[in-house]
Write a protein that binds this ligand. Structure first.
Ligand SMILES: [Zn+2]
Length: 683
C-alpha cells in the first residue's frame, strides 16, 4: 500500500547510512520497497562475468544488507535492475550487445559518454540480463524484480535487430517514422513481440527459482505508450505507473489519469504510482526537491484514482532533505486511512475511451482530444473511468451507461460492432470528429465505421484549420425551447466553433438541430469582419435517441479545441452532452466553488468519495506554491441498491459531517477542503 524506492548511485556503498534508510522506511510506515541490485551496477558480490560491481563495494553486500533490514521490518522487497547502459570492456568482448544507430555506429550513452547504450532486443537482454536476474533471485529470493529502462532507447540497427526483423517481417528496419510506411508498421508490432517474449522469458526464469515472484518491467501508460496495454494487463500481476511529477503545462489530474489508464487494462490488480520528490523537467535535476504542496497534490490525485503511492529517491546520500518530513506526513496519513484505500470497485457510470492503435497508426495529436474531455469531466465533477479500446467487451463495459469516443479514429470492424452492441443494450455514446473514420491500421475508410450509429455519412470533405467560424444556437420553433445540450447557454445566440470539422450528411431525420454552422469569414482587415452567411442549416451536433440509448455525435474537434482554448461555452456543451446521453440521475453531484477531481469507490464495508482540491493559480502549470482551501461543498450521492449507511465520516477533517438521507440519496456537507478529503460511508 505504501512503497519506498532507494536507487543507489555507484559511490553509495562506502558513504550512505543504511540505518537512516531503514529508519525512514519504518517512520513512513512503508510496507514495500524497491532496492538497487544490479544491471548497470551490481551492489552485491556478483559472480557473473561483465556484471559490473560498484567500485566502492569492497567485500560488502550492500543489497543483501538492505534486503535483510527491510525483511526485519516485514516489508515486501523487490530488486531493481537497469540494463540500458554498459561499459567499454563489455563492448570489446561483446560488440553485438551494443545498440547501433541508423549510420551503423555504436551508440555512446547520451548522459554518461564513457558508457554505451545496450541493445534491448538482442542477447544482452535475452542472455546476459537473464543470468543477472537468475542470480539475484537465487541468492535473495526477493518478491519481484523491477526492470527499469528495459525496452530500448530508440530503434537499434545492430546485426541481431536487422536479422531478426528481416526474418520476422521480410523487410529491412524502417528509416521512416510514418506509421503508414509498411516497414514502420511491421516494426511497431515486431518490437512489441520481442519485448513481450523477453518479459515472458525473464518471468518464467525467476518463477522457476521462486514461484511466488515475478518480474515487473517498467512499462505501460496511456494512448501514446508503445506496448499494448491489453496484453500487458493479461501478463502482469501488478505494475508500476511511472509518471513521477508534472512537467511543462500539465494539470495535477495527470497523475489520476495515469491511474485510470492502467486500471482500464489491469482491473483490480494493484497499481503503484511512482512520484518523484524532485522536479521532473527536461533538464533532469535528479537531486532536486519539489515543494511540499506540489508533492501532496500530485500524490493525492493518484491515490484518489486508485494508485498506491511509491516515493523514489536516487542516491543514498541526500543533498537536500526537505522532502523527508512531507513524505513522512503523507505516508502516515495514508497508513491511517489504509482501510478505506483498498478500493474494490469504482462506481463511475461514464467511460472515456483511449486508443493506442489510434496513436500508433494515425499519428500524433491523438491525445489532445482525450485531454480536452478529461479537463471537462473534472470541471463538471463527473466521476469517470478510462476504457481501453481493445477491451470493449460487455465484461469491461458493463458498469457504464455512457461511453465517450474522443476522436478515436482507428477502430476495427469488430470494435465498431462492440460499440454498436453496447448501444443496443441501452448504452449511450458521445463521439467526436473523425471517430471510426479509419480502420485499426490507420487506413482511411470511405465512411465512418460507426456511420449507422451516428446516423451520418462522411461526404469526403474536411475543413480546417477554420478561422473565425461560429455555431448558432437554435430554438425549436414549435416549442420555443432549446435542446438540453444547450443548458447554461440560454442567453447566447452563438458561440465559437472549433478549429477543424468533417462534412457529414444525415442519414436519418434530425429535426431542429440544436447547433448550426456559421461558416468562417474574414478576420482582417477589420472592415471586412462581417458574417457572409449568418445562418446555415448545417447541423454541428447530431443527438438522437433509440430506446434507453442516446447518441451524440459532434462532427468537429470540440474536445481538442477545448484543450487548446478552454472556452467555457465548449465546456458546457461537453458537460451537457454527457449528462443528456447518460440520461439517469447522476451518481453524484458536488456543488460549491472551485475545481475538484471527484471519484467514488466501493470497498467491502464502505463507500468512499474522494474530493481532490485542484483549485490553485498553479493548476495548469506546476509547481504549486501553497495549498488553498476551498469552501463548503454540498455532496449528493446516489447510494447503490441495498446499501445501508451506518456512519459518515470525513477522514481529513476527522469529523462527522452534517448528513441527510432522502430516498436513495445521501446528502452531506463538507465544510472545507485543503488538498484531499475522503467522505467515508460505513456500510
Ligand atoms: Zn539491436
Amino acid at each position: 500500500m505504501r512503497w519506498a524506492q532507494l536507487t543507489l548511485v555507484e559511490d553509495d556503498p562506502g558513504k550512505f547510512d543504511l540505518s537512516f534508510w531503514l529508519d525512514l522506511f519504518r517512520r513512513t510506515r512503508s510496507d514495500a520497497v524497491c532496492l538497487s541490485a544490479g544491471g548497470c551496477v551490481a551492489y552485491y558480490p556478483t559472480q557473473i562475468p561483465f556484471h559490473h560491481r560498484s567500485q566502492w563495494l569492497g567485500d560488502r553486500d550492500v543489497f543483501g544488507e538492505l534486503v535483510a533490514g527491510c525483511r526485519k521490518l516485514g516489508m515486501v522487497v523487490i530488486a531493481r535492475t537497469d540494463p540500458h547502459a554498459t561499459y567499454n570492456e563489455v563492448r570489446q568482448a561483446h560488440p553485438d550487445w551494443i545498440a547501433v544507430d541508423a549510420e551503423g555506429r555504436s551508440r555512446r550513452h547520451w548522459a554518461s559518454p564513457e558508457m554505451w547504450v545496450t541493445c534491448a532486443l538482442g542477447p544482452y537482454n535475452f542472455e546476459f540480463m537473464t543470468e543477472v536476474k537468475k542470480e539475484i533471485m537465487s541468492r535473495y529470493r526477493v518478491d519481484a524484480i523491477f526492470i527499469n529502462r528495459w525496452d530500448g532507447s530508440g530503434i537499434c540497427f545492430c546485426e541481431h535487430c536487422r536479422r531478426n526483423f528481416r526474418e520476422a517481417s521480410g523487410q529491412e528496419l524502417p528509416r521512416s517514422n510514418n506509421p503508414q510506411d509498411a516497414a514502420r508498421r511491421a516494426y511497431i508490432l515486431w518490437r512489441q513481440q520481442r519485448l513481450f517474449d523477453l518479459w515472458r522469458l525473464w518471468d518464467s526464469e525467476v518463477r522457476k527459482l521462486n514461484p511466488d515472484s515475478c518480474v515487473i518491467p517498467n512499462t505501460g501508460g496511456g494512448a501514446t505508450s508503445s506496448l499494448d496495454m491489453k496484453r500487458i494487463g493479461e501478463l502482469a500481476p501488478t505494475l508500476i505507473a511511472d509518471r513521477q511529477a508534472r512537467r511543462g503545462l500539465a494539470p495535477p489530474w495527470t497523475n489520476g489519469k495515469n491511474g485510470k489508464e492502467f486500471r482500464a487494462a489491469m482491473g483490480r490488480k494493484p497499481i503503484i504510482g511512482i512520484f518523484s520528490v524532485g522536479l521532473e523537467e527536461p533538464y533532469r535535476w535528479k537531486d532536486s526537491v519539489q515543494s511540499e504542496a506540489e508533492i501532496r497534490l500530485w500524490v493525492a490525485d493518484g491515490v484518489a484514482n486508485g494508485l498506491r503511492p511509491w516515493f523514489t529517491k536516487f542516491s543514498g546520500v541526500l543533498h537536500d532533505e526537505r522532502w523527508l518530513k512531507p513524505v513522512e506526513a503523507l505516508y502516515r496519513r495514508y497508513a491511517q486511512w489504509e482501510k478505506y484505500l483498498r478500493n474494490e470497485r469504482p462506481l463511475a457510470r461514464v467511460g472515456l475511451v483511449y486508443s493506442q492503435q489510434t496513436a500508433w497508426f494515425c499519428g500524433t495529436g491523438a491525445e489532445d482530444h482525450a485531454l480536452g474531455w478529461y479537463q471537462a469531466l473534472v470541471e463538471a465533477r463527473i466521476p469517470f473511468e478510462m476504457v481501453h479500446d481493445r477491451l470493449l467487451d460487455p465484461a469491461h463495459l458493463g458498469a457504464f451507461k455512457t461511453l465517450i469516443l474522443p476522436n478515436i479514429t482507428a477502430l476495427s470492424e469488430a470494435q465498431c460492432r462492440q460499440i454498436r452492441d453496447f448501444a443496443a443494450q441501452g448504452g449511450s455514446v458521445v463521439a467526436t470528429y473523425e471517430t471510426s473514420l479509419y480502420d485499426e491500421w490507420g487506413v482511411p475508410r470511405k465512411d465512418f465505421g460507426l456511420a449507422d450509429l451516428f446516423s451520418v455519412s462522411f461526404t469526403g470533405r474536411r475543413e480546417g484549420p477554420m478561422q473565425n467560424s461560429y455555431l448558432r444556437l437554435e430554438t425549436d420553433p414549435g416549442t420555443g425551447r432549446r435542446h438540453p445540450l444547450l443548458a447554461g447557454l440560454e442567453d447566447a445566440p452563438r458561440i465559437i466553433n472549433g478549429a477543424r470539422r468533417v462534412e457529414v450528411a444525415a442519414t436519418a431525420p434530425f429535426p431542429n438541430p440544436p447547433l448550426t454552422l456559421i461558416p468562417s469569414y474574414p478576420d482582417l482587415p477589420m472592415e471586412k469582419v462581417y458574417p457572409r452567411a449568418p445562418k446555415t442549416d448545417i447541423p454541428q451536433v447530431y443527438p438522437r435517441e433509440s430506446g434507453r440509448s442516446r447518441i451524440v455525435y459532434f462532427p468537429w474537434d470540440i474536445d481538442r479545441t477545448f484543450w487548446e482554448v478552454l472556452c467555457a461555452d465548449h465546456l458546457k456543451l461537453l458537460r451537457n452532452a454527457v449528462a443528456w446521453a447518460t440520461n439517469e440521475d447522476p451518481l453524484i453531484t458536488v456543488s460549491g466553488p472551485g475545481v475538484l477531481d471527484v471519484t467514488v469507490w466501493q470497498q467491502r464495508d464502505s463507500l468512499t468519495v474522494h474530493l481532490v482540491n485542484l483549485t490553485n493559480p498553479m493548476m495548469m502549470k506546476g509547481p504549486v506554491r501553497e495549498l488553498i482551501p476551498i469552501g463548503e461543498q454540498h455532496v449528493r450521492l446516489r447510494l447503490p441498491q441495498g446499501a445501508r449507511p451506518r456512519q459518515v465520516r470525513l477522514l481529513a477533517a476527522n469529523q462527522r459531517p452534517h448528513v441527510q438521507r432522502i430516498g436513495p440519496y445521501l446528502d452531506a456537507t463538507v465544510p472545507s477542503i485543503l488538498d484531499h478529503e475522503i467522505i467515508v460511508i460505513e456500510l
